[in-house]
Design a binder for this molecule. Structure first.
Ligand code: NAP
Length: 451
């Protein structure tokens, strides 16, 4: 079996395969980075170490004798779909959502306007983003979106750098945040407080940030009837509203950093001068219920301009295709039925090809959501394996893949190599009272790994 992507979806799929009764298999996991764990390393916020503990489980999977890790191998470049078909019975695509959704408004590409996903990758030390620069020289930053990623980036922008200095945040990001002049972060939600997507634990955490005043307009919490009914049906929305109400009751503080939660506010245009962001033109929205019961936002024509030097667009991740693998351009996922890849939406299944995680279902859910998702995919694989359905590889020998990679000059790394880097990062962290100091250059990683 090949698993493309060594993030949560890939590891949960490998784990489910290992646990399958009556299945004898060997699993090769590929990742384009020399490091495993995908978004657990590159996405989870540095100040959320407990979420990263799931890597202990992934390490146990990787330690199984029939599991191999091939890091620094990009499927679609170093290996293609035809190679996988030649060497494996089954393949699980679990490569996540590598890009971001766009707002589709003027000014989106001005300097100083970035997808939040890039900011996340930057502060988490993703090698491709180590040289990114974010303009933190202005007092106000705007974060568009009301999901957990928006909460993460807003929190990192206002958190005391001395607190961040105890985490595994990338050194380049810590240095830049120490110099940051951002004092106010405004989060714009296009719908109301009953429709925000962030989870209650994350929202509550905002209210606990030291030296940060969280502000919102209490009037925004007066819900229309449809929103009140919707909130009543959702435990998360009910809890979020309680937390927001509690925040409005707090006395004003003299904190020197502020986080402003704005609802019913959509960016119409990102404003700029000389190619750089100077602000956001924002329209006030109202909520309307569609015939299907969905509560959507609608512009009122009431416009204001919000000066800002940085805009982070946090409106969702977006999957991107890899050559030779079917792709649904509308939903940005691999078309599939319960994980079985089809040759297009509603098309025929492709024997031996499967999808798991965000590239299967879209960029939703927390890390744990990937477990049942991967189990569903593996159930389909096991049914097909029992029925003899596979890619009918002509050369399934275990040595064929390392030989092929070597013949192509690919400097792939193994899990033992990763362990060397892991130890080096932890040792550097220990000296500074941090969980690890991340190495962010691929060449340096390969050096430490002896590759
Ligand atoms: P998300 O939860 O889907 O949130 C996207 C946000 O963008 C929503 O508020 C959405 O509003 C808004 N939006 C979309 N299009 C917009 C537009 N054109 N204009 C204005 N706003 C727009 O996505 P995410 O925050 O990227 O998170 C991805 C997944 O990772 C989520 O499942 C999240 O829970 C998870 N995650 C979890 C954690 C954690 O557990 N700590 C941390 C980070 C991420 P509408 O609702 O109106 O569409």
């Amino acid at each position: 079996m090949a698993v493309v992507g060594a993030g949560p979806a890939g590891f949960f799929a490998a784990d489910a395969l290992l646990k399958a009764r009556d299945l004898v298999c060997s699993i090769d996991m590929f990742d384009s980075l020399p490091t495993p764990y995908g978004l657990v390393r590159e996405g989870v916020a540095p100040d959320h170490p407990s979420i990263k503990k799931v890597t202990a489980k992934f390490d146990r999977v990787a330690a199984e004798p029939n599991v191999r890790f091939f890091g620094n191998v990009t499927v679609g470049r170093d290996l293609d779909r035809a190679d996988l078909g030649r060497h494996y019975d089954h393949v699980v695509y679990a490569f996540g959502a590598q890009s971001d959704r766009r707002l589709g408004i003027p000014g989106e590409d001005l300097q100083g306007s970035h997808p939040a996903t890039e900011f996340v990758a930057w502060y988490n030390g993703h090698p491709d983003f180590a040289d990114w620069e974010f303009d933190l020289s202005h007092e106000r930053a705007v974060v568009v979106g009301n999901g957990n990623v928006a909460v993460d980036v807003a929190r990192i922008l206002v958190t005391d750098p001395d607190v961040l200095a105890t985490t595994d945040i990338a050194d380049h990001a810590l240095e830049a945040l120490r110099r940051s002049r951002v004092r106010e972060v405004v989060m714009l939600g296009r719908r109301g407080p009953a429709q925000c997507k962030f989870t209650s634990v994350e929202l509550k955490e905002l209210g606990r940030l030291h030296g940060v005043d969280v502000r919102l307009n209490a009037m925004d919490l007066d819900l229309d009837d449809a929103s009140a009914a919707e909130a009543k049906r959702s435990r998360v929305a009910t809890r979020n509203l309680e937390i927001l109400r509690e925040l409005t009751r707090r006395p004003a503080s003299d904190a020197d950093r502020g986080l402003v939660l704005r609802f019913l506010a959509s960016p119409m245009e990102i404003l700029g001068s000389d190619g750089r962001v100077t602000g956001v033109r924002v329209e006030r929205n109202r909520l309307v219920e569609t015939p299907s019961g969905y509560i959507q936002s609608e512009g009122t024509g009431e416009i204001e301009e919000l000066p800002a030097g940085l805009v982070l667009r946090s409106v969702g991740y977006r999957g991107v295709p890899i050559p030779g693998v079917p792709f649904d351009d509308e939903h940005h996922v691999i078309p599939n039925v319960r994980g079985r890849v089809t040759d297009g939406p509603g098309g025929q299944t492709r024997p031996g090809e499967y999808a798991a995680g965000w590239i299967k279902r879209g960029p939703t859910g927390i890390i744990g959501t990937n477990k049942p998702d991967a189990v569903e995919t593996v159930e389909a694989m096991l049914e097909d394996a029992a029925a003899g359905e596979n890619m009918e590889p002509s050369d399934p020998g275990p040595e064929s893949i390392p030989e092929l990679l070597e013949s192509r000059g690919v400097r792939f790394v193994t899990f033992d190599d990763w362990r060397k880097l892991d130890e080096a990062e932890r040792a550097a962290g220990e000296a500074q009272g941090r969980p690890r100091v991340k190495v962010v250059r691929i060449e340096r990683m390969l050096d430490i790994m002896g590759r």
